[in-house]
Design a protein around this ligand. Structure first.
Ligand code: URA
Length: 263
């Protein structure tokens, strides 16, 4: 990995702000390869040098993990000739070798995407038998009715005969026909195809949570944040539909869904 400033590394891989990091460094709480380092401008290579904060190795030093708020027009791939990739949402110095998006959102979908170089983590998150729930806030052409929610809960059969696992869906009592839908699997264009099977149409789709991890509402479209180890474990948990629904309702206006265009 390219060398980067110690204060930047600390800011990316800990919850501390840049100004907190200044005083943390001054206090002598940071060591590089066992030697106290107070100079935040020092360039280091996190793949080679070990950085500790209060004696603890920085989370993600061996593997990196970032959460991005994907805007429309970006593709969930490591390279593409037509579109910008979600990797380009990270500054160049954080794009470590082997980094890839764990899971896919369509080019016109927005929201939570995890970028990591940890293949095991991605497998635990994406393996069909893990059933890690993914939550999508959708704006629909028509309201999601109780009858639609009941059919989704039974396990819908798509137009081509594909059988879906039971999914939870609930309309949001806000202006426009928004609904939160939770899937425990990830078939191609699944949310769009499920609503199409209900004679509806997904106008916009924003992934708001994976497992117990909610996209921070203050994270602007195109923004990124380092994911801490405890948050990764949280992401692999089953999540709680009602709790996530309440959070989405509370933070509804903060989500940048108003910036997205029609699908
Ligand atoms: N389902 C879809 O149809 N599109 C996505 O991007 C994600 C889930």
């Amino acid at each position: 990995m390219a060398q980067l400033r110690l204060d930047k590394l600390l800011a990316n891989r800990t919850p501390h702000s840049r100004s907190d990091i200044k005083s943390i460094l001054k206090k002598g709480a940071v060591q590089v390869d066992g030697v106290t380092e107070c100079d935040g401008s020092r360039k280091i290579d996190p793949d080679v040098q070990q950085v500790t904060l209060y004696g603890k190795k920085l989370v993600g030093q061996s593997h990196v993990c970032f959460l991005v708020n994907k805007p429309q027009g970006y593709i969930c791939a490591t390279e593409d000739r037509m579109h910008r990739t979600v990797l380009e949402l990270l500054p160049r110095e954080l794009r470590v070798k082997g980094l890839f998006p764990a899971g896919r959102l369509d080019v016109d979908s927005t929201g939570l995407v995890l970028l990591t170089d940890d293949g095991d983590l991605a497998h635990r998150m994406l393996a069909p038998k893990s059933h890690v729930p993914k939550y999508y806030l959708v704006r629909l052409a028509k309201p999601c009715t109780p009858a639609d929610a009941a059919r989704l809960a039974e396990g819908l059969t798509l137009g081509d005969g594909t059988q879906c696992l039971p999914a939870q869906a609930k309309p949001l009592p806000v202006k426009g026909d928004y609904a939160l839908i939770c899937l425990h699997e990830g078939k191609y264009h699944q949310v769009k195809r499920m609503f199409a099977a209900l004679s509806n149409h997904v106008e916009t789709l924003h992934r708001v949570a994976v497992g117990g991890m909610i996209l921070p509402p203050e994270l602007a479209s195109g923004g990124y944040v380092a994911v801490l180890h405890k948050d990764v474990e949280n992401m692999l948990k089953s999540g709680n539909f009602d709790a996530i629904y309440e959070r989405i309702m509370t933070d509804f206006s903060s989500y940048s869904i108003n910036e997205v265009h029609e699908v």
